[in-house]
Design a protein around this ligand. Structure first.
Ligand code: WTA
Length: 677
């Protein structure tokens, strides 16, 4: 039996012991106002009506040219949606709303400090600012459609403004999460061959000033040394008119955007009409092996899908105030802070700070002040809020009609707390399962139709037809009580088009295991493999159990164990590294790092710290291990494979199982004493 099989057996066993929870019903008040309450939507989006059913989403947008082919499968499995159609994303998120809603707030920017004013940026103001920035990119930077640009920006209004300005020109943006290290940023600049790096002098987080620009200096140098030099580094000022970083702009390389923009006051740029299948952005995500994958998302299919799901699943109406507390540097922020809500003319909140600063009531004061009625966050944040301020929500006068959970499976207890305390027993909850690759939601209930069940993501979203397959490709049926690999049987418009520059990896990773015929142009032969273990209850709800590959979900962020291990191996003394996930009350999972040293080196606190620091440097602080264990040797199979499963059992105080077949069984007890005593 391979490691992987053993792991899946144990996932299945967990599942069997997992009790199904009871149902919760959406309130009559919610249903009365919901965008969709008619169950026939599932028939409209059935496989019989595929792919034309997705016209319903595409029709939410304004197209410059209509498409002639809904789904072109000729280059399977690189699906092309709405071929022949042309549109511009920034036009759809801004210009088309001006006639009726120019004075409506598009973005509420909430700074970290409560002493700083909240900015309410209207659609009209957004239009002005996006045009000026687009003019700068076109005329000062010489950008044109198809170019790539990397953005390493914090959560301020400048981030969506920059994205929309680039989209106006058809430039492909790649946003790197602000908390990522210079080295992670450089990898992404290199891989995408970005012409520019866009950064900000600094920002605030939890009351602290983060001097951010110096990350760009380092990222620039690393990228240059690896063979790709961005033409310019463009720097936003966190406080317009005042440069606030200790790293001064380097003449001839760095340009302060707020200064350059003075030449573009009131400039206008016609939105560039882009083919539906032109790439809109890249979003890098961790996979099993190797470097992060640049998921390439399309213009027309992607925007249609996020608009449609924002309408039906987020239940966004144009009068709603919508707050998703993700970071725009992740896919959730792209789809459900920026593109989905703005395409529907909602008001979206961009929050610079953290949930517990200056105190546990902060989120609820924001919700009360802005009249937020749709709230979207992740289990890790919900657990943190429950820990730091279980009584806080009741003290504030806000009213959510709708709440979302995303990013990892939510424990039923945490779900119930979210429902009762944050939602005050009134808001519906959607548990939305999806991925960077998928652009938008895959499994979820429809909030005005489906009953909610804590811990279950619900059925496939309209037009998404999931199936659970076993290792041999045999379907595991509803109610079988067994876990397997969740796949999607059909393509959908929000799906990524390929991995940037690596089509083979795209085909192998997502379609390799279950493709029935590599030459087939029929989408039925290409089920999409999501990489999660799941089970299907008798009532048709999918329960997601987690990744089955070497990816750890820390606070809802996917981190590749291989990435962390490679970072550890940059330390000279390290011979071998193995990362395993450990359960954590708030973060969900945390990486535990096992290290064996090269001969001649002795373990020490300093060395452990040096290794931990290397990981923060290479990837970012979110990847910092809970603990670095410097062990005399790794438990190994006779063929020399590190038994991560055994290490994981030790870290989690579980059963290591039978280890007698290992090459060095005696090491298991030694490590156990070290970790557990
Ligand atoms: C996990 C985030 C259970 C899953 C949108 C998936 C979830 C990975 C859920 C993708 C959920 C996301 N329930 N697990 N509601 N949502 N996941 O690419 O393992 O950062 O494969 O996209 O997060 O993470 P990613």
């Amino acid at each position: 039996m391979t490691d992987k099989e053993e792991m899946e057996v144990s996932e299945a066993q967990i599942a069997v012991h997992w009790q199904e929870e009871g149902y919760y019903h959406p309130s009559p008040e919610f249903i009365a106002q919901a965008n969709i309450t008619d169950k026939s939507i599932y028939d409209r989006f059935s496989l019989d009506n595929f792919p034309e059913c997705f016209h319903e989403y595409a029709d939410l947008l304004d197209w410059d040219e209509p498409w002639h082919t809904t789904l072109d499968t000729s280059d399977a499995p690189c699906w092309k949606w709405f071929v022949g159609g042309k549109l511009n994303v920034s036009y759809n998120c801004i210009d088309r709303h001006l006639a009726k809603n120019r004075n409506k707030t598009a973005i509420h920017f909430v700074p970290d400090s409560e002493q700083e004013r909240i900015q309410h940026i209207t659609y009209q103001e957004l239009h002005t600012r996006v045009n000026e920035v687009a003019a700068m990119f076109r005329d000062f930077c010489g950008l044109k459609s198809g170019d790539r640009v990397t953005m390493h920006l914090p959560m301020t209004a400048e981030l969506p403004i920059t994205m929309l300005a680039l989209a106006r020109l058809g430039v492909i943006h790649s946003v790197v999460f602000g908390g990522f290290s210079p080295s992670a940023c450089a990898d992404r600049i290199l891989d995408s061959q970005s012409r520019l790096l866009i950064t900000m002098d600094g920002y605030y987080r939890g009351g602290k000033w983060i001097d951010h620009k110096k990350n760009a200096d380092e990222a620039y140098v690393i990228s240059k040394n690896e063979g790709h030099t961005p033409e310019k580094v463009m720097v936003w000022q966190r406080h317009p008119g005042k440069y606030s970083s200790s790293s001064q702009p380097l003449a001839g390389r760095d340009y302060v955007i707020n200064d350059v923009l003075k030449d573009f006051v009131r400039a206008k740029v016609d939105p560039v009409s882009m083919p539906a299948e032109a790439p809109l952005f890249l979003m890098y995500t961790s996979g099993t092996t190797g470097k992060p994958k640049g998921c390439q998302h399309s213009t027309g299919g992607y925007l249609s899908y996020v608009a449609g799901t924002s309408k039906y699943i987020q239940d966004i109406h144009s009068e709603d105030v919508y707050w998703c507390m993700a970071d725009i540097g992740w896919i959730t922020g792209h789809s459900y802070i920026v593109y989905g809500p703005l395409s529907l003319c909602a008001s979206t909140v961009v929050y610079e700070g953290i949930p517990n600063y200056p105190d546990a009531g902060r989120c609820w004061r924001i919700a009360e002040e802005l009249n937020v009625n749709i709230f979207h966050t992740a289990p890790t944040i919900i657990r943190a809020l429950r820990k730091i301020g279980p009584d806080e929500p009741a003290k504030y006068n806000y009213h959510f009609k709708h709440m979302t959970t995303v990013g990892e499976p939510i424990e039923p207890e945490v779900w119930k707390w979210y429902y009762k305390v944050i939602g005050k027993g009134k808001a519906v909850i959607v548990d939305t399962w999806w991925q960077t690759e998928t652009g938008g939601f895959l499994c979820t209930t429809l909030p005005g139709i489906g009953d909610m069940k804590p811990g279950s993501a619900g059925p496939g979203a309209p037009g998404i037809h999931p199936i659970i397959l076993d290792e041999n490709g045999k379907e595991i049926k509803a109610g079988d009580g067994k876990a397997g690999n969740i796949c999607i049987r059909n393509p959908w418009p929000g799906a990524f088009q390929t991995i940037w520059g690596d089509r083979n990896r795209y085909v192998e990773t997502y379609y390799g295991q279950y493709c029935k015929d590599r030459n087939s142009k029929d989408w039925r032969d290409w089920p999409y493999l999501a990489g999660d273990a799941a089970m299907l209850a008798a009532d048709g709800d999918f329960r997601i159990l987690g990744r089955f590959d070497d990816v750890i979900n820390v606070s809802g962020h996917r981190l590749g164990t291989k990435e962390i291990e490679s970072a550890a191996l940059t330390v000279h003394e390290v011979a071998e590294a193995a990362v395993v996930p450990v359960a954590h009350e708030v973060k969900g999972k945390e990486p535990d790092l096992y290290i064996s040293l090269k001969p001649g080196f002795t373990p020490s606190e300093e060395l452990a710290k040096k290794i931990s620091d290397a990981i923060c440097r290479e990837i970012g602080k979110i990847a910092r291990p809970r603990k670095v264990w410097l062990v005399p040797d790794m438990p190994k199979t006779r063929s020399g494979k590190i038994m991560r499963r055994v290490l994981s059992a030790i870290s989690n105080r579980g059963d290591v199982g039978n280890v007698m077949t290992l090459a060095n069984p005696e090491i298991v007890d030694e490590i156990r004493h070290m970790v557990q005593d």
